[in-house]
Design a protein around this ligand. Sequence first.
Ligand code: CP
Ligand code: NVA
Length: 309
Amino acid sequence: MGELRGRDFLTVNDFTGGELLEILELALKLKKESKKGLEHHLLRGKTLGMIFQKASTRTRVSFEVAMWQLGGYALFLSAQDLQIGRGEPVKDTARALSRYLDGIMIRTFDHGEVEELAAFADIPIINGLTDLLHPCQAMADMMTILEKKGRLKGIKLAYTGDGNNVAHSLLLAASKLVMDVAVATPKDYEPKTEILSAAIFNASHNGSEVIVTTDVKRAVAGADVVYTDVWASMGQEAEHKSRVSAFKSYQLNSELLAAAAPGAIVMHCLPAHRGEEITEEVIEGPQSVVFDQAENRMHVQKAILAKLL
Ligand code: CP
Ligand code: NVA
């Protein structure tokens, strides 16, 4: 575990495809061995701080259990209860916490805040979701695709819905890992230009394809993986009504799924809103792998923690 040690995990785009695969391979190995009852105390005596400015079920529990199973310890730190919630600068929080902890996982709104934390902390900072990105989710998703499809290279991933944090990290991860990725969103809800340009740059270097379209059937045609996420993310609750009407023809339902390749898998990062971005029938159907994805958050984060810390 050489050159990944000490680095931050703010975006998958900071890593090469080879480095991402190295993390995925370790995650698969840790998962397989822990199912056999093997323990991996790779982080004995290490402590991870987990700062949450937004709600979480999977991220909080999977990181906390991951640290415990690695022989370390994790502290849940609600941003409201930290001095940060009363206006203490991020740069001071970063330097103080660096004196106690071996790493910090943070979930917040502004991606710039995570970058500032990383700039001032001298321990690894892991992005547990910002308004811009959700890199740990994308890594769990890549691991799940690898398990279900046996490879990543040449797989077509279609995403339908909002061009949000999850779509952004999928664009970056898939393009780094030589997958074809097609994102369908309504007009005005496309992925951010800076993210799209980075994904197109990655794809142009390895011969894969990145498509962004308003034509959802075109995006899903022949896809091996069909993915969706909520229409109103955390912090966008006030826009819920207008978003429901903008996104209604982007729902992942049986009719849309029929346009994908036979045996395509259905993915969702969760939490899901049945009847909005996905139907009950599809999320509970035989093609859905959403709880394997949720499980893999823990295994892939163990690998990230073990490599970085
Ligand atoms: N997918 C995900 O990040 O879930 P939580 O919001 O529950 O952490
Ligand atoms: N896009 C969603 C993902 C939740 C895991 C949100 O940001 O709320």
